[in-house]
Design a protein around this ligand. Structure first.
Ligand code: GAL
Length: 661
């Protein structure tokens, strides 16, 4: 295992606290008030220049750094550090007008207009050159600025495009992946519906067509688009490194919702390790049947997986409602404190927000902020100050890590493939199922990493694969089990290979490992349940499945197969296979023997430990429930400075961070 990168933002003392800061939207007088209030709140890091291309480079060949110089100097003088962004996520209108071919084209073939943001085609040569130029100029100018803590490349990479540049780049990418046109035809199964290509010029990105498009094409296009965004990120990062060696570089991943805009696992090599850090944005979605505390934990655990277990940074969250969410929702008093602490508990080196001061104008004028329209005399700002004070008290936590003993498998390719049209059930999507399993484990007090099925899994006692639809072979999972791990696999897994071809003999990639054979899929209509003979129920999906070399733990009551839940011992470990989505996961989790460290702790008492290599450890305790709950730890609560005894109840809504004896 590579050595841990535990000092991800060396110049920031203690944990980071702040948010996006857009002073270019405000008159100069406001800046002084900003700095005064930042100091009052304990802000030590702000993200600047995220969307300020138009100010720095107001026209072709025109450069003006006066305002950014002033902002950086203001921060340095005020003792606040800068996460300096490259501003390349939003080319200004002059750029789009001068280079209309850089505007993205949607699948309908419509070239989008300027007027919002992220209006670029990742494949357009002019745009690609412009972002490297921008990153170089900024790095050259600010490398030694005293305010500079780190570099922030782009913003939430997600844009894809289907223009002619995209088509050309896609063909080159496909040649690399599949060798030649024969290879492509085989990979995409083009004998189906007479889709065989006889010349590369016939190969197009997924533009709108008459009927269900080729799923192999859709899947490869997502991979290609993700790689193109990664190339953009790398080009800027390398330009920065040339002038500003040794400074941390990041980009903010988006882990809100189904977060599948890019295959972040393929980015790992370029976003972890020396002078790189993983940062993520997590906006809680309202109307979540599972609830916000578990949703926040999911975003954090997913990010920690992306960071390979190293500390990471929560770059954006909201203090209250989000502008892009239709319909009102508001965080309850104390939520921003509890959520922020949960991210920190799970490895974030601080808590950052979008944004510092609520904008008076623009598309996000009603997005919540650290300093709301209501001003500093407000509940939100008081909670912001409280959080700043807490994070200061938690400085010694910086650099510690979370040691999860259980993992949930996440493969972006598999999520994408399961999303392609033509599936037997539109309900067999991956993301909600990962959330459901994660939440069931969260309720049991089990902290999980979300990791790729091909990574080293040896540190985990339990690995859960709720829905691993796409898998080439079982080699890594088999090795994990044979060495003593417990692997639990949900239904409709191991079905297709990486070209999205159904494996012969279901479930092709996993049948041998599981000792089972799937004869037939039986999707379950929404709202219906299937009964199992041990009292459990299943939903959404079921399979007529036979045990070949596995013990039948439970059978369907009404199905002609030979089982619904299977278990097989293999080497020093064991595998479980589920032929339906088990409705109540808790009895199953008990049966496979996964428990949290504090099995007596009530549901909704979140307990997570961070530890330093030298053994110092911190138990984060967050009571999300309506009842007092005992936290079975002894030490000192860093938030109050008081000793903590195992009998001390944590009141509803209360938090503690106990430095353990
Ligand atoms: C993020 C984005 C920010 C801001 C925020 C609002 O996705 O990075 O710039 O738009 O959403 O929630």
């Amino acid at each position: 295992m590579a050595p841990r990168n535990t000092d991800i933002i060396p110049t920031v003392e203690g944990l980071a606290f702040g948010g996006d800061y857009n002073p270019e939207q405000w008159p100069r007088e406001t800046w002084d008030e900003d700095l005064r209030l930042m100091r009052e709140a304990g802000v030590n890091l702000v993200s600047v220049n995220i969307f300020a291309w138009a100010g720095i480079n107001p026209g072709p060949g025109e450069w003006d750094f006066t305002q950014l110089d002033a902002i950086m100097d203001l921060l340095a003088a005020g003792g606040v550090q800068a996460d300096l962004a490259t501003s390349t996520a939003s080319p200004p209108p002059w750029f789009s007008q001068a280079h209309p071919e850089t505007l993205p084209v949607n699948p309908e073939g419509v070239r989008l207009n300027s007027g919002a943001r992220a209006e670029y085609c990742p494949h357009a040569p002019v745009y690609r050159a412009a972002v490297v130029d921008m990153a170089s100029r900024l790095a050259e100018r600010y490398a030694d600025h005293p305010a500079l803590a780190m570099w922030h490349v782009g913003n939430e990479y997600y844009r894809s495009c289907t223009c002619d540049f995209a088509a050309e780049a896609f063909r080159a990418w496909l040649t690399e992946r599949h060798g030649d046109l024969d290879g492509l035809n085989r990979a995409w199964g083009t004998t189906f519906w007479s889709q065989t290509y006889s010349d590369w010029s016939q190969v197009l990105p997924p533009r709108i067509c008459a009927e269900t498009p080729n799923p192999g094409l859709l899947l490869d296009f997502r991979r290609f688009s993700s790689d193109a965004l990664l190339a953009l990120f790398r080009s800027e990062a390398e330009a920065i490194e040339a002038h500003s060696p040794g400074k941390p570089i990041t980009t903010n991943f988006m882990v809100t919702g189904n977060f599948t805009g890019a295959d972040y696992h393929r980015w790992r090599e370029h976003t972890t390790g020396p002078n790189r850090l993983v940062a993520s944005d997590h906006y809680l979605l309202p109307d979540d049947p599972i609830g916000w505390p578990a949703q926040a934990a999911f975003g954090a655990d997913a990010t920690r997986g992306l960071a390979d277990g190293d500390p990471w940074l929560l770059m954006e969250q909201s203090t209250n409602s989000s502008a892009w969410r239709r319909g009102y929702f508001a965080k309850r008093p104390g939520d921003l404190l509890r959520h922020s602490l949960s991210y920190v508990a799970r490895g974030s080196e601080g808590a950052m927000f979008f944004q510092w001061r609520a904008s008076r104008y623009g598309a996000e004028r009603y997005h919540s902020a650290m300093l709301p329209h209501g001003g500093p005399d407000s509940r939100v700002f008081r909670e912001v100050k409280q959080l700043g004070a807490w994070l200061k008290l938690l400085g010694e936590v910086k650099g510690s890590t979370v040691d999860s003993r259980a993992a949930i498998l996440l493969d972006f390719n598999s999520c994408w493939a399961a999303d392609t049209p033509g599936q037997p059930s539109s309900d067999m999507t991956t993301y909600p199922e990962l959330r459901r399993w994660h939440a069931a484990l969260w309720r049991r007090g089990v902290t999980t990493d979300l990791v790729n099925p091909e990574w080293d899994l040896s540190r985990y006692t339990h690995v859960f694969a709720p829905h691993l639809y796409l898998l080439d072979d079982d080699a890594n999972l088999r090795a994990y089990v044979e060495r003593g791990g417990t692997l639990v696999v949900g239904p409709y897994s191991g079905i297709v290979d990486s070209n999205d071809h159904v494996h012969p003999g279901l479930p092709g990639a996993l049948g041998g490992l599981m000792g089972i054979r799937v004869e037939e899929f039986v999707p379950v209509p929404k709202g219906d349940k299937v009964a199992l003979d041990n009292g459990w129920e299943g939903e959404t999906w079921s399979e007529v499945t036979h045990a070949l070399d596995a013990e039948v733990v439970a059978d369907f009551k009404d199905y002609p197969g030979t089982g619904a839940v299977f278990r097989r011992r293999l080497g020093d470990g064991e595998v479980w296979y589920l032929a339906t989505r088990i409705t109540d996961l808790d009895p199953l989790l008990a049966a496979v023997g996964v428990t949290g460290e504090f099995p007596e702790a009530p549901e909704n008492l979140e307990l997570v430990r961070r530890s330093h290599e030298d053994g110092r450890s911190y138990l984060f305790a967050i009571n999300h429930s309506d009842a007092p709950a005992n936290v079975p730890a002894a030490g000192r609560d860093l938030l109050t400075g008081n000793p903590w005894a195992p009998t001390r109840p944590l009141e509803p809504g209360e938090c503690a961070v106990i430095r353990e004896d």
